[in-house]
Write a protein that binds this ligand. Structure first.
Ligand code: NAD
Length: 428
């Protein structure tokens, strides 16, 4: 099939690069010229394992990038993978997605064959009916051949290629059997080769499935963090406790690692968005609100443990890890952000290090001191907090001996060395 993908961020680049693996020809469209240029040169605009190799392979024949929407009508299906960031009240900001939906509609105004526009972006249940579909229709000047469907994305940054090509489930939300057939055709190779579950439903339910999925996972981590904080109060190792409860099939062993909390471009935004959407309908989702509260508290708890050992005012503190999780350069809502802000409030002098995310964090904190290596960050520091579980931190050892005082607060249970340093685990 010929597929156009609008938006070439973390999701758009991944799907535009992986759809050729399913045998499709793809046009990636983004308003950012630098992104388009990178894609056409076979370079990934984002740091994501496996993307560069696939891009180099497909940029030659099956993938083309452009800033123009001209390729949309010639394609069979269009995916919208535009950001849906948070407004101040937690609700989602649909401005960019609405603009892209309208521009897509405009490009399709004269198309005489049926065309499916699929929303990949995460949107609340009423967004399609109230905002996105009307925008497409407005642009398309009422062209009845254009239909809108939903196919939420469940990939995780850091393993995006594997997640997209080997999904646990595919969720298709459409208003017609024709649109459902189109989505089945796009993903047919995945359905044949892998045992992905397919959920076929309406657009509103498909949108809600994505939020329920993320809200459940975020709340699970917050529950584990809450219980982990209780374990720490009793001087118990939360990981020993969680390993045991994970043996219960109803709980499962996944997502039981307690620590400094969840971040990234999805969990915080999505949990806040579904809370705001529920409140707008007159319902307060108490448990989800508590999940956010627990998450907000974890960086503060990490600094309390640090303050037990070091007077933070004027102390030099190394922050290890800036991306929201390992194997990505994405710093959106990383727990490093509140950690740095709280350290600053307490008068600490900060030196930060991350293997790949320094440039992105520099945009957020331009004046901060950044080190070229963990060893450089630790040298002469009065204490350190570990915010991201990058593999390279596991092997840190004699680097701690170069600290002015070797106080290590581990927010991710990644540091192996324990002897000869003041080591504090966040929940162990
Ligand atoms: P992103 O901000 O990385 O990318 C969005 C891209 O859209 C940018 O490159 C931007 O230049 C482009 N863009 C904006 N307006 C445009 C327009 N009018 N026309 C063409 N391009 C335009 O966002 P993302 O992380 O890829 O997320 C996209 C959506 O997918 C969001 O709704 C997000 O919640 C959802 N999602 C993200 C992830 C993830 O891990 N990042 C996972 C699942 C779902």
């Amino acid at each position: 099939m010929d597929i156009s993908v609008i938006g070439s961020g973390y999701v758009g680049t991944t799907i535009a690069t992986c759809l050729p693996e399913l045998g499709h020809d793809v046009t990636a469209i983004d308003i950012d010229e630098a992104i388009v240029e990178a894609l056409n040169q076979g370079r990934s605009p984002i740091d994501e394992p496996g993307l560069d190799e696939l891009l180099a392979e497909h940029a030659e024949d099956r993938l083309e990038a452009t800033t123009s929407y001209d390729a949309v009508p010639a394609s069979d299906v269009t995916f919208l993978a535009i950001g849906t960031p948070s407004n101040d009240d937690g609700s989602i900001d649909l401005t960019a997605l609405e603009a892209a939906a309208e521009a897509t509609g405009e490009a399709l105004a004269d198309k005489s064959e049926r065309h499916l526009v699929v929303v990949k972006s995460t949107v609340t249940p009423t967004s399609i009916e109230d905002v996105i579909e009307p925008a497409v229709r407005r642009g398309a000047d009422g062209n009845e051949n254009v239909e809108v469907g939903v196919n939420p994305e469940f990939l995780r940054e850091g393993s995006a290629v594997a997640d997209f090509t080997h999904p646990d489930k595919l969720v298709f939300g459409t208003n017609s059997e024709w649109a459902m057939d189109e989505l089945r055709a796009v993903f047919e190779p995945l359905l044949e080769d892998h045992d992905a579950h397919v959920v076929e439903t309406d657009p509103q339910t498909a949108s809600m499935i994505k939020y329920a999925n993320n809200a459940f996972l975020a709340a699970k981590i917050s529950l584990v963090n809450d219980l982990g904080n209780v374990c720490k109060e009793f001087d118990l190792d939360a990981y020993e406790v969680m390993d045991a409860i994970g043996l219960d099939d109803r709980i499962s062993e996944q997502f039981l690692r307690s620590g400094v909390g969840w971040g990234g471009s999805c969990f915080p935004k999505d949990v806040n968005a579904i809370i705001a959407a529920a409140r707008a309908e007159g319902y307060d989702p108490t448990l989800l609100e508590a999940a956010v509260d627990v998450n907000d508290r974890q960086p503060e708890r990490m600094l309390e443990l640090l303050a037990d050992h070091v007077d933070l005012d004027g102390a030099r503190i190394a922050v290890l890890g800036l991306s929201f999780k390992p194997r990505t350069d994405d710093v959106r809502n990383s727990r490093a952000i509140p950690t740095i802000e709280l350290l600053r409030e307490r008068g600490a002098e900060i030196v930060a290090y991350d293997p790949v995310a320094i440039e992105r964090m520099r945009e957020r904190f331009p004046g901060l001191e950044y080190a070229d290596s963990a060893a450089d960050a630790l040298e002469g520091a009065d204490g350190t907090v570990v915010v991201t579980d990058w593999d390279e931190f596991a092997t840190l050892d004699e680097e701690f001996d170069a600290m002015a005082s070797p106080v290590v607060v581990d927010g991710r249970r990644i540091i192996r060395r324990r002897d000869g340093i003041a080591y504090e685990g966040l929940t162990w």
